[in-house]
Design a protein around this ligand. Structure first.
Ligand code: ADP
Length: 247
């Protein structure tokens, strides 16, 4: 078996900011249809890791292979085309547009300007919007202005705006922050369903939520992997306990 078997294979990845290594010689592998949760204290390098994968931050050295394709030299939009979707903490939905319209404008319009010119609301687009709306619990709110949605519903809509682009890897930064208990349960259900067909990387602090979704947990500390494995193994790891209690 080689590293090309993984959907995502990161090797010796380092990024330095003025000599400070926020991510340091990191090796990180994600399987197809895996739901990985990345945890770690503030400043561990979690957000920087996702920024590196989606191309928002460029690596100082090392390799990020996605389906065998090297991402480190690609601009952000090419990484999106390759099949990587990233949701940031702040929703970037269009408040004045309806749920339907938000999903429609997110539908991939082709990689070329001509694709956008010939873009039409085809039966295929309609079917896809309906399918995504149902998965994010917003079928009954398709005609509602996005600005009127609850905080949790806005987060789901944003996940839907990524899903409509059919990414093979979805990355989410604290997706349940500010959500109600019920919304957290629904989000766990949504992510578990997404991971039946795609891989997901989630940064999360809420351990109850981590337990409900994680196939595998990676603990980052000072830009390096401190521990990795199933939730139980990681939770009982003395080095992990030390880092969390030490804070
Ligand atoms: P986490 O998400 O685990 O809280 P971050 O990835 O946000 O951690 O940050 C890791 C470290 O890298 C922090 O010490 C942070 O201050 C530093 N850092 C992140 N981005 C930059 C940047 N653009 N310039 C300088 N330092 C940065």
């Amino acid at each position: 078996s080689t590293n090309t078997d993984y959907l995502l294979a990161i090797e010796d990845l380092t990024v330095s900011f003025d000599g400070f290594k926020a991510v340091s010689d990191l090796n990180f592998y994600v399987d197809h249809k895996e739901l990985r949760v990345v945890i770690g204290p503030n400043g561990a390098g979690k957000t920087t890791l996702l920024d590196l994968i989606c191309g928002k931050t460029k690596a100082t050295s090392g390799s990020i292979k996605f389906k065998g394709q090297e991402l480190t030299k690609l601009p952000e939009h090419r990484i999106v085309w390759a099949g990587v979707g990233r949701k940031f903490q702040t929703p970037s939905i269009y408040d004045a547009l309806t749920v339907w319209e938000n999903l429609e404008v997110s539908y991939p319009q082709g990689k070329h300007v001509l694709g956008a010119l010939f873009f039409k609301r085809t039966a295929e687009v309609k079917r896809k919007i309906e399918e995504v709306a149902e998965s994010i619990f917003l079928t009954d709110l398709l005609d509602t202005e996005a600005g009127l949605l609850s905080h949790g519903q806005k987060q789901w809509l944003e996940i839907g705006m990524l899903l409509i682009q059919d990414p093979e890897l979805l990355m989410l930064d604290e997706p349940v922050a500010g959500m109600s208990v019920r919304e957290r349960e629904q989000t766990a259900e949504l992510l578990n369903r997404i991971a039946k067909g795609r891989s997901v990387i989630v940064i999360e602090h809420d351990m109850k939520f981590v337990e409900a979704i994680a196939h595998k947990v990676t603990v980052l500390h000072q830009g390096k992997i401190l521990a990795e494995g199933d939730m139980k193994t990681v939770q009982n790891d003395p080095r992990v306990i030390e880092v969390y209690l030490g804070h």
